[in-house]
Design a protein. Sequence first.
Length: 211
Amino acid sequence: MEISSVTLRVLLLFFPGVLCALVLDTLTVHRERTPMQFLTNAFALGVSSYLTLYGMRDAVAAAAEWFRLREPKDIRFFDALLNDGVRIAWGEIALSGCVALGLATMLGAALNRKLFARGAYHLGISQKSGDLDVWGLLFNSRHGQVVFVRDVAQDRAYLGSVAGVSESLENAELLLTDVTVFRNSTSDKLYETSRVYLARDPRNITIEPLK
């Protein structure tokens, strides 16, 4: 497949956006994105990176003018994007890439802490929790919580503290510590153990969080 010079120019200019989208996908848990969704995110993040770079340049220019120092060079992203005659500034792409890494880190922290969803919930804008499913809603940020897990199919029940949990219901895994194992049908205590790893079909277990 032949790539035109215009396409190559756009790909180079939006490298910071692609970098930001890749890092953000690595740092966060999310449903699988389609190629179009990824490209849309990369475009938005790329423009955001360059706009942030514009703001930083203006701030540095204002400080330089105040102290009568030499102003930094103008950012040429939009000129290079719209005009084939403008040379690509490689240093500008590198700086925007650094900004993109910082932006991905901040957005990743905000998304992992559900700051956007919580803010929207408190403002009455949305009822979403920010978790992918009820599994995530139950276990996120609740390590150390005591739960009672009933496995009816194997006639077992487990009482223990949550030490680890899978990030999605699609791969339901649970690690418990300080576990007491019972026979579910009779509630007879069978044994105690320091750790139990459970990987079950979520439709076959019942989890009762205990306060």
